[in-house]
Design a binder for this molecule. Sequence first.
Ligand SMILES: NC(=O)c1ccc[n+]([C@@H]2O[C@H](COP(=O)([O-])OP(=O)(O)OC[C@H]3O[C@@H](n4cnc5c(N)ncnc54)[C@H](OP(=O)(O)O)[C@@H]3O)[C@@H](O)[C@H]2O)c1
Length: 410
Amino acid sequence: MSDGGPKPVRIGLLGRGNVGAAFADLVAERSAAVEAATGRSPEIAGVLTRSEGDFGAILERSDLVVELMGGTDPARQFVTDALRAGRPVVTANKQLLAQHGDELFGIAREAGVQLRFEAAVAAVIPIVRTIQESFGVTRIERVFGIVNGTTNFILSEMAASGAGYSEVLKEAQRLGYAEADPTDDVSGADAAAKMAILARLAFHTQVPLSEVAYEGIEAIRPDDLAYAKELGLSLKLLGVAERRDGGISVRVFPCFLYRGHPLAPIEGPFNAVMVEAPAINEVTMSGPGAGGLQTASAVLGDVVSILAGDAPVHETRTELPIVADVPSAFYLYLEVADQHGVLARIATVLGDHEVSVKSVVQRGIGEDARLVMVVHECLESRFAEAVAALGELDELRSAPRYIHVIEDEP
Ligand SMILES: NC(=O)c1ccc[n+]([C@@H]2O[C@H](COP(=O)([O-])OP(=O)(O)OC[C@H]3O[C@@H](n4cnc5c(N)ncnc54)[C@H](OP(=O)(O)O)[C@@H]3O)[C@@H](O)[C@H]2O)c1
């Protein structure tokens, strides 16, 4: 500035919804702190919504662009244009990065500007920064956790109240923890996009979103949670990205955890992510995984990092194959005829497929007889074959139901 004062940093804000509006407020509120930390005072140079602003004009008068619109179109084009025009970009858009991250990181690299995205995964939990910077040269073995707060709220409520999925979903919508169309969250698709981003960072390899397998929580029944309690288990929707057989496996699925597991006590609309590596053992971070202010806070943190000149590297260094068939332990729920020898026949079928039983709970009599068991870790394909064989038994009154289990007991 001509008066010799600090030069402001002019921010072009794309989107002023939940996060964008909170970000604009936070910029005003924390302006002095940002200036103290970076020597530059932030100001909003222009805002784009569906009814306000012109992208070209905003870009022209901005030093840095913050994309908080969501979706891939037109966000992809705007982010591309901003990077090509030499503007660093901060975004909270997981779909944009999971689908077009490689392309956008390439454009950022060519343009020599930063593209930061801490808020795209687990909002305010600094997992992106931690993996990229603190563990940037650490050989990470596994990143996993609860990366969707909506589903964690629903599962926690179902376990606590015994209520069914649909009823609890309505409550989550009423409280603002689930959107009017909750499909992306409850199907596991939102978590899959976040895990694709984390896996790429952790393993320095491309992770096509189409190769991230996911299952949601729609089919979970209160029964499952009640039996699980008896077995000392609690249910979470987990995202898991890990090295396997020279490749990586990246998946999202409902999973039982034993009490004592670091993720078991994470209840309600919270997120928690664990990183495992020989050099660090295990690090767990937890906190709010969403919320306008919390997400905006992570976005402002990225703005400060850009002003501080810190530049993480986004190159993929290897091409690791995606491994689809991996070992897991399982919870298995069987509705059985109350006949002599039924447990033995089931055990035989499991044994024939080299699936071994860790614990069994037997409940009900007559038409209501059920067996709930946990089986030890085995290849998923082998377990699927065993389940198919069980499904052929006359003694079963309905198709077997199963859910993953992480076997580590405290
Ligand atoms: N909400 C959270 O807790 C949270 C957490 C982590 C990450 N995120 C991510 O943050 C981003 C923003 O989320 P949000 O909850 O703030 O969304 P939102 O409330 O729906 O706000 C979206 C904003 O973008 C504008 N917009 C959307 N499409 C546009 C278009 N084609 N042209 C111009 N403006 C457009 C909207 O304009 P109008 O105002 O005119 O509709 C609105 O101002 C998303 O990528 C989301 O995944 C959100």
